[in-house]
Design a protein around this ligand. Sequence first.
Ligand code: HEM
Length: 416
Amino acid sequence: MNDLPADPTVQERRCPVDASLHGKLRTPDFAADPFGLLGELRDSGPVHRCEPPGAAPIWLITRHAEGAAALTDPRLVKDPTSVGLPAGWRPGEESSQLWSKDLASNDPPNHTRLRKLVARPFTKRRVESLRPGIEKAARELRETMMREETFDLVTDFAGGLTTATICDLLGIPAADRAIFQGWADTFFTVTVPGQADNDLFISITKYFARLIARKRDDPQDDLLSELIKDSSEDKLDGHELISMASSLLLTGHEPAVRLIGNVLFSLMRRPDLVRELREDATLIPATIREIIRFDSPALTSLVRFAAEDIEIGDVVIGRGDAVLVSLLAANRDPTKFERADEFLPSRDTSGHLGFGLGIHFCIGAQLAQVEAEVAVRELLPLLPELSLTVRENELPYHPGLQMYGVQSLPVRLRPV
Ligand code: HEM
């Protein structure tokens, strides 16, 4: 199923396999500074083969043109079962399979149906209506942090703000937010794909089954209630509701935390930019867009599988092989962006792949940008007063290939 072209000399010429690549992509050095290695890979070719021990090969696309083409190629599919692979993150486990009824694991025509149903209530108007709540949460978090001697801009501020936002979107009662924060911490700190904690899946599934039952009797003005109230013929069934709610909760949390963390860290290192933004707050959205391009929180796309043998660049990707697009590498591709390795907040970022592309383009992109904008507005006056409590090179970074960004930004107010 994962066979490469039979003639090894052809394979060698077409794709210089670096057997150690998988290991190099997993080191703490790569997590803290992936740009050097990704740049080398991008310079040497558009597609690279990683060989995780004991698992099928993964192809990593590092150039913008091939990355954009792959993200919109219908031959690269999300549903592993359609190419004969097992379903779910933990094959065989019921809860994991249940979760595969979400947007990110489906292909047309089911994806088209699911996306339409979720996009209907997930409007720009709903996102804007969340803004006052996000502002209130940001203000309260800042006030709480200011009472402490030291605080963490990622775990305390970005984590708290993102939890409040996604819970507001879905209509998760305030009293239950601490439970969710615990899940998110467990889910994102201890897991790498394939090692997700089944007990956690079961807890989240049970929680949403109960919450959905409550909302059926007493719907409120929130996304989940809207999905439950939907009376169309092809509305989400009970399993799909649980799967969708769980996946929105988790996909809406981690990337948004990384985004806010990367934005705040980026500003802490650029006091001149902070001064400019304080003088002219209308520059904030463009600055955030450039940070999404330059320091993309989504290091790679979600995984896709080749539904048939596909030639990309100079290699043939075999049916069933996994493909990841390195969004971070594509966003720094000099053939797409002039002076791609320079941070230029006034540049035209259109065409960046930070939120993906095509039918799986991030459904939460607008919400994530509102969250980041509110975070910047709230903390801008404070940023010049903050100093890190550790050296920059001691900051932990998100491990693995999926996300890029600082996991913790411990700060204190500078002594006056
Ligand atoms: C409010 C926060 C967010 C929510 C609710 C959210 C939700 C989602 C969902 C449901 C998808 C799957 C869409 C589909 O398959 O049709 C998705 C895709 C994606 N999201 Fe987000 N997201 C959020 C924030 C972010 C942030 C901050 C980033 C990074 C800057 C991001 C990057 C992506 C990317 C790259 C994809 C496409 C993955 C692919 O095509 O492989 N998301 N998002």
